[in-house]
Design a protein around this ligand. Structure first.
Ligand SMILES: [Zn+2]
Ligand SMILES: [Zn+2]
Length: 437
């Protein structure tokens, strides 16, 4: 015997919450995020960057090849998706750069038009322990300039990231800079670093003891006390740069806009293997221990890893959630405004259809307009109009309907007037969209 409808009513309902590390972005959250995205879009397009949208799902091998099999991302942070037909291992993209680079190669730009400036925005996925400001689905806004080794491009990009933070309202962002050499000079430095750390190998944290053999550079930016002590005396990478890296760095520094709040960061490295020469991070003091709001660098080594030739490139990624936390810390979180526009109210239920038609008439004339769908009283409708930030309330009652007019109440000064409907709509559509009239 199955459950009747009556029994079903007493079964406990499953509660569907987002998975750990995933959050619902409600309209207020989405509006704040969109504010950052629109600021970035305006700024980046002004500098010649064009939007690119690679897929969210890629072959796992793309990240193994590019990020490096020893990186934290590849080792433990990728969300994998089993493929149904043994076509390989798919993953949700943990970062943007490899997909953009793959798309660049796939489109044949390397042969036809090798210098390209892209920006992207959207969600990334990493299997991390969720905590404040760190979700498993998070959002990045990034740019990649592919095809040029010009140090002026490094300068343009470091400054562009800073301009973004400035444009969204942040005033306390600082830029950390370092150069981590190239394929010619880094191997010798890595050996020097290993030699310097050998004596204190036993004191390093477990992760860094593991990194010693396969990814010794990362020990430089470990935040554990024994490791920071051990590296404090280690030689600086800046002192082992080859002549080419040194002159690149010099030209970059000369080009970089004067007055940027820069901190030299001789221990700054990136978690991903493909970075070369210029590396940088943007930090904000309001974020506590993990104070980076964005990071980037030059990655001349990526093209070869993808089976192409050596293709120089430089870019950054901005953490959207971290930037919102920084804005909150500075008290500058954008407050989403109301819908504005016109709210049409009906005096009694018999006027609802006319109110609905009037609302559609306004919308078709390009005016933001809405009305009540809950059958509320006139008073409640007026309150609703106020709550949604309408600039005007248009009132329809039996008298207005029979006269073909509408009563207009302007909320900024409380003034009222009655106009023929046709004239009122035509007037509303000529006024600047959604501006107080
Ligand atoms: Zn070098
Ligand atoms: Zn460590």
């Amino acid at each position: 015997m199955g459950f009747g409808i009556w029994e079903l009513a007493f079964l406990p309902l499953p509660s569907f919450q987002p998975l750990p590390g995933f959050v619902d972005l409600l309209p207020e959250d989405a509006a704040r995020m969109r504010h950052l995205e629109e600021t970035a879009r305006t700024l980046f397009e002004r500098c010649g960057y064009r939007e690119i949208r690679p897929p969210l799902v890629e072959d796992a091998a793309l990240f193994e090849r590019t990020s490096g099999a020893t990186s934290d991302i590849v080792q433990k942070q990728m969300f994998s998706i089993p493929s149904r037909d043994d076509a390989g291992a798919f993953v949700l993209r943990p970062e943007g750069t490899p997909g953009v680079f793959r798309a660049y190669l796939e489109a044949g730009y390397a042969k036809t038009n090798p210098f390209q400036k892209f920006f992207y925005l959207g969600p990334m996925f990493r299997y991390e322990r969720p905590q404040k400001g760190r979700q498993r689905q998070f959002h990045q806004i990034g740019i990649e300039a592919i095809g040029s080794p010009d140090p002026h491009l490094d300068a343009e990009i470091v400054y562009l990231g800073y301009r973004f933070y400035e444009a969204v309202g942040l005033r306390q962002v600082t830029v950390l800079l370092n150069s981590i050499g190239c394929a010619a000079c880094r191997p010798a430095y890595l050996q020097t670093l290993r030699n310097a750390l050998t004596a204190s190998l036993d004191t390093l944290c477990a992760l860094c003891r593991d990194r010693f053999g396969r990814n010794v550079l990362r020990i430089l930016d470990c935040k554990n006390a024994p490791c920071t002590q051990a590296v404090a005396q280690a030689p600086r990478i800046a002192d082992s740069l080859c002549d080419d890296c040194r002159s690149h760095d010099r030209a970059f520094r000369i080009a970089l806009k004067a007055g940027l709040p820069i901190s030299e960061a001789p221990r700054l490295v990136r978690g991903l293997d493909y970075y070369t020469r210029t590396v940088f991070e943007y930090h904000h003091p309001g974020l506590g221990a993990r104070s980076a709001v964005g990071a980037g660098g030059r990655y001349d080594g990526l093209g070869e890893r993808l089976g192409g030739s050596a293709i120089p490139a430089v870019g950054f990624a901005i953490g959207v959630e971290a930037t919102l936390l920084a804005l909150e810390a500075e008290g500058k979180l954008p407050e989403p405004g109301g819908a504005g526009g016109i709210f049409v109210v009906y005096v009694d239920r018999d006027c609802r259809t006319d109110a609905y038609r009037l609302t559609e008439g306004l919308r078709n004339a390009g005016v933001t307009a809405d009305l009540d769908h809950m059958g509320r009283s006139l008073k409640s409708q007026m309150k609703a109009a106020d709550a949604r930030g309408a600039h005007e309330i248009w009132i329809l009652g039996p008298d207005e309907i029979s006269a073909g007019t509408v009563k207009i109440k302007r909320l900024s000064d409380g003034s009222e007037k009655t106009l023929p409907v046709v004239e009122a709509i035509s007037h509303a559509s000529r006024a600047p969209a959604d501006a107080p009239r």
